[in-house]
Design a protein around this ligand. Structure first.
Ligand SMILES: Cc1cc2nc3c(=O)[nH]c(=O)nc-3n(C[C@H](O)[C@H](O)[C@H](O)COP(=O)(O)O)c2cc1C
Length: 222
């Protein structure tokens, strides 16, 4: 697979098939992804990989915490408050398209909540990973972790697998700490669902658009 094929065939999957993923396959992905660049090679990332009963335990614990009234409380600003334009508009378009495809009407708070909570099942992926970083790092190391996350998602394509990056998990870092023994000095950045995808089922047919280069590149010559 060419790198550009991996980039263009990666998209967020929100309905995984139950087909299992071999641990060896996950190891191969991570063994390559660890060569992601990081400032001064500090490799700030930590990853918690859950499969089988352990993955299920994480999902159950978060859904139970939600039922018991635990509020969503990420330790970092997942978006701007408020998110300025043009970013907010793109966010709204994604939401409308996704919920529209799933037949969830505007104002159907229950439907939206149900879909949003599917995040915590890793959208039924057999592998659920949690990406963390030592909170004592500088902001620069968030860039490194983004680069590592991208490497995982791209190498997964080479293994014939798909992913969904999930900031939603950051909201339930307390549950994740309990379940996975994540120490207090690590900040939970996001989850990553990994598995096989049936690309013909909703909402996996969603291919979100991208702004053309003219909107965000400034060129300089002589
Ligand atoms: C850091 C990060 C966090 C994300 N968190 C979520 C999430 O919690 N739930 C979700 O369904 N999608 C999540 N996404 C997926 C984005 O919505 C998706 O990448 C974006 O809409 C572009 O679509 P594509 O990935 O299909 O190309 C996240 C993506 C990134 C990079």
């Amino acid at each position: 697979m060419k790198v550009s094929e991996a980039v263009l065939s990666r998209h967020s999957i929100r309905a995984f098939s139950p087909e299992p993923v071999a641990e060896a396959s996950v190891r191969r992905i991570l063994d390559v992804a660890r060569y992601a660049a990081s400032n001064t090679n500090c490799q700030p990332w930590h990853l918690y990989v859950t499969m089988g009963a352990a993955r299920q335990r994480v999902s159950t614990a978060i859904l139970e915490a939600i039922r018991a009234g635990e509020p969503a409380a990420a330790e970092y600003r997942i978006h701007g408050h408020p998110n300025p334009e043009p970013y907010r508009g793109r966010q709204v378009t994604l939401g409308k398209t996704l919920y529209g495809m799933l037949g969830i009407a505007k104002g159907d708070a229950e439907g939206m909540k149900r879909q949003s909570q599917r995040n915590f099942l890793f959208f039924d992926a057999p592998v659920g990973m949690i990406l963390t970083m030592d909170r004592r790092h500088g902001e620069g190391q968030w860039i490194d972790c983004g680069s590592f996350l991208a490497s995982i998602m791209l190498v997964a394509r080479e293994e014939g697998l798909h992913t969904c990056p999930q900031a939603a998990f950051a909201h339930y870092h307390k549950v994740l700490r309990r379940e996975l023994g994540i120490p207090d000095n690590e900040i939970v950045l996001c989850g990553i669902a990994l598995g096989h995808a049936d690309l013909s089922v909703m909402p996996n047919t969603l291919r979100s658009e991208r702004a053309p280069l003219e909107e965000w590149v400034k060129w300089f010559g002589e």
